[in-house]
Design a protein around this ligand. Sequence first.
Ligand code: NAD
Length: 479
Amino acid sequence: MKKIQNYIDGILQDATCDAVLEVYNPATGKQYATAPDSREEDVDLAVQAAKKAFPAWSATSNEERHDILMRISQGIDDKLEELALAESIDNGKPLWLAKSVDIPRASSNFRFFATAIMQFSSDSHEMNGYAINYTLRKPLGVVACISPWNLPLYLFSWKIAPALAAGNTVVAKPSEITPMTAYLLSKICIDAGLPAGVLNIVHGLGQHTGAVMSSHPQIKAISFTGSTKVGADIASKAAPSFKKYSLEMGGKNPNIIFADCDYDRMLKTTIRSSFANQGQICLCGSKIFVQKSLYEKFKKDFVSRVSTMKVGDPLDPDTKVGAVVSKPHFDKVMYYINLAKDEGGKILAGGKSVQPKGHENGWYIEPTIIEGLNNDCRTNQEEIFGPVVTIMPFDTEEEILEIANNSTYGLSTTLWTQDLSRAHRMAAKIESGIVWINTWLLRDLRTPFGGMKNSGVGREGGYEALRFFTETTNVCIKY
Ligand code: NAD
């Protein structure tokens, strides 16, 4: 049994209480590790360590922080195989996916913000020859980062890297469901020479460890990625002490396919945007709207391609769909498949759990396509976050715009059309933080990332993240 520890004040250590969490391998359904279920005392130790480390860390030059973050990035690259295997075992995602996407992206998050801080600048405002203002940007102090289980190291590092680059010290909590790569990152940070207390990683349940972080009076800001429900809880706990917060939350994203699209590219990408990472990506296009004249052809091809996707052992290179992350999540996704049937949906592909040979106790679900539902039903309004999509026909641009915006969420939208004017028109009117046209999940780390409505508050990525993790002082000088 592997043992995960907290990383506080530069030292790997157990929680002060004896409570431990069971960590499972979704591919086998078996426990393979334990993690501390940290409480108030542990969060407090981490905050005190971060507070102690802040004066020296915030006084380092951009170059010094750049160099350390680059060493962490290199440490991740050097351990690509080990980290990818750990991520796959912890999360159930195909090993090839962890190796080609999750871990390389975690490394590039550190590399990106190491270099971004070297270019980051602040504004000055000249006042018609009689005064000048300039804006100082200062790190906030101790900040918290809380991340989910779907892209564990990828999203954990997406928050930590800009926070550290901007000169803050950090108390971070990965999801208790997938804590392993965050633990391995602790060791990489030690090897990279990150000074003690600059980054503290505290493991535990959301309602124990996370909730204490949200209300801790000495934490100045919280960057959170996870569900909308927990985001609301964090906002309410953070408000009384006036913390800044950035909330990246759930989505229910439309994938809108016009008849004039580049069909082959659309089909290939739509399979990915529907089922990548078992559909457990906040950006997955889980509601697929297809213009009527293309609907039947798309349905036939999509169903036939998806029905051949191999579901099974995440370590098998041929696996396209691995295991979903946990038993409760498996139950949630299966509940929604049954709900879709109750709401009148017809299952065109999938719809069942799978027991692959040798992995009969793992949590596997067939990639599932449902038709016959309208946009207003619960299946189409609530986030399922699994390998489940619905397909629906539409007629006109005006009609689909209204349908697409009829959602409490507003994270991402994908549009497939060769009509440039229509693409621009729709992109401007769609209520979502991200619009992909003729592509999906193509990321430039400089761009603002986040959602509208119940999908988010604030933006991360590029300078947006560095702005979030800094406080300004405007200095006005009269000539
Ligand atoms: P979750 O909200 O259950 O948990 C996320 C993190 O918050 C975990 O570390 C958890 O321990 C912690 N947490 C739970 N309760 C808490 C509390 N009361 N106070 C403080 N922290 C608490 O989310 P999840 O199930 O891990 O992840 C799936 C969700 O994340 C989906 O809704 C998905 O859409 C969303 N997500 C959003 C984005 C984005 O960029 N918008 C990216 C990935 C995932």
